[in-house]
Design a protein. Structure first.
Length: 384
């Protein structure tokens, strides 16, 4: 039914009055703009139908409707807050339903936008705390708005740590939408570490664990450089524990991912005691000492100052949990301390696994001195 909007309140008042008298049906001309004078009211459906049959001809088409939907539409129109002076006429049929649908759509969009904003903020924080900073905020939001089932974000950086040689790190961040909701999840990132041009790089996928154990980009780089990282993890039973981890470059899973060696807290590696055996200037200052310990736990090759006979010299150190010591390098990154006796080699088999699962989608495996030497030949950078 098309009605004259200036007559809305009049039509509503007249229709309510007729309904109070027991009239249950209305009939009207679909080809004109109706007002209170052009709408006819009937007590029964047959009477309304007969009227429409008589009035319909080549020039006019009459139909009849129950009175209740008309009342609902008129009341919804009056309460809608529309500026009726800006529109001359409107198709009133189903107005109340259309108005409800519009409100529901707006509410759903509002809720979806709120949910997506929270989802975006959560993923943004995940990227930030995984070491990717805030570089990808705009790209992340743009991909989420597309609504695809999954998407990737690419990142390439240079890891030279202040040394002449430069390593190219290409990272592929993987996002996937939930099958049950519209929420996206940051599942993993794939790293390609290329040390020389025109040669294939070393590749590894690192999985994101929301509760514990996620490996940052810098830690991933250090692991792929052959160093060890100290992390807090959670077992499948939900128990928290601390462990050193390193990549086993001699053992990969079916997907080509290197498995992890694990040196559990019960393995007995004491980093502080190991580094205290050396005359390092930074150990004399509590803040510098704390910074040094934290850096080594992240797997960094850390610059330090050795003092011998009153002479200071710049060297580099890294943690070596497998042999319960630290490795020392001179300013040119030549290894200057060898392992302190065969008794340290017992660490190859003792205590690597305490019956708890390392929650990084990898398994433990054995090390060997040959493997360790091979890994250390690869080290060509210091920590930031």
């Amino acid at each position: 039914m098309i009605i004259d909007l200036t007559e809305t309140e009049m039509i509503l008042s007249f229709t309510e009055e007729m309904a109070s008298y027991g009239y249950r049906y209305v009939a009207f001309n679909t080809d004109i703009v109706n007002n209170a004078d052009t709408i006819e009211f009937f007590r029964s459906s047959p009477d309304a139908q007969e009227y429409c049959l008589v009035m319909t001809n080549d020039a006019n088409c009459y139909i009849n409707k129950p009175i209740d939907p008309l009342l609902e539409d008129l009341r919804a129109l009056v309460q809608s807050g529309l500026d009726l002076s800006l529109i001359e006429a409107i198709d009133l049929t189903g107005f109340a339903r259309r108005l409800r649908d519009r409100k529901e759509l707006l509410e759903n969009n509002l809720n979806t936008n709120k949910m997506n904003q929270k989802n975006f903020e959560y993923l943004r924080d995940q990227l930030k705390y995984t070491g990717f900073g805030e570089t990808f905020d705009a790209e992340l939001k743009a991909n989420m708005m597309k609504g695809d089932k999954d998407f990737k974000i690419m990142h390439t950086g240079i890891m030279n740590n202040g040394l002449p040689n430069k390593d190219t790190l290409t990272v592929e961040l993987n996002f996937k939408k939930s099958d049950q909701t519209d929420l996206y999840f940051f599942n993993s990132y794939h790293v390609n570490l290329k040390k020389e041009e025109n040669k294939p790089g070393l590749e590894q996928t690192f999985y994101i664990n929301n509760d514990s154990g996620s490996i940052t980009m810098k830690e991933a780089y250090n692991l792929m450089e052959g160093r060890s990282v100290n992390k807090d993890f959670r077992s499948k039973e939900g128990e928290s524990y601390n462990s050193w981890i390193s990549l086993n470059f001699k053992d990969a899973d079916n997907n080509g991912n290197f498995k992890f060696n694990q040196y559990h807290q019960n393995y007995g590696y004491d980093l502080e005691a190991s580094i205290a055996k050396h005359s390092i200037k930074e150990l004399d200052t509590p803040q510098y000492k704390e910074d040094l310990m934290n850096s080594l736990k992240k797997g960094n090759l850390q610059s330090v100052t050795f003092v011998a006979g009153g002479v200071e010299s710049k060297m580099y150190v890294e943690a070596n949990p497998q042999f319960k010591t630290i490795n020392v390098y001179d300013a040119n990154l030549n290894r200057i301390n060898q392992r302190e006796g065969k008794n340290q080699k017992q660490g190859e088999s003792e205590g690597q696994s305490s019956g708890k699962d390392l929650n990084v989608n990898q398994e433990n495996s054995d090390d060997s001195e040959k493997t360790d030497k091979k890994m250390h030949r690869k080290i060509k950078s210091k920590s930031i």
